[in-house]
Design a binder for this molecule. Structure first.
Ligand code: FES
Length: 106
């Protein structure tokens, strides 16, 4: 299991164990972490699973694909560390990952 910390916009932290192979989005949904809507179910087609990856984890989580980049255009308040959490695959190497949730998902 990989430990993932999700921090809501108001600062509430949720530290959950996520099975490797799932996405960071699925880890949130399965553990009832609020703040990720995931309307498309992980198909990289809605941008409602927007998260900000903690700076220390940007390299480990990699760069968004061209498709993810274009979907991020539909998210609000996109920053250089913005990612769509359905596109980040959890692995043991990502244990300790910290992501912050935006105020709104659009
Ligand atoms: S769940 Fe729709 S883009 Fe991630």
């Amino acid at each position: 299991m990989a430990s993932i910390t999700y921090i809501e916009h108001d600062g509430t932290e949720h530290v959950v164990d996520v099975k490797p192979g799932l996405s960071v989005m699925e880890g949130a949904i399965r553990n009832n972490v609020p703040g990720i809507d995931a309307d498309c179910g992980g198909a990289c087609a809605c941008a409602t699973c927007h998260v900000y990856v903690d700076e220390a984890w940007r390299e480990a989580t990699g760069k968004p694909s061209a498709m993810e980049e274009s979907m991020l255009d539909f998210a609000e308040e996109v920053e250089p560390n913005s990612r769509l959490s359905c596109q980040i695959r959890v692995s043991d190497a990502l244990s300790g990952l910290v992501v912050r949730l935006p105020q709104n998902q659009h």
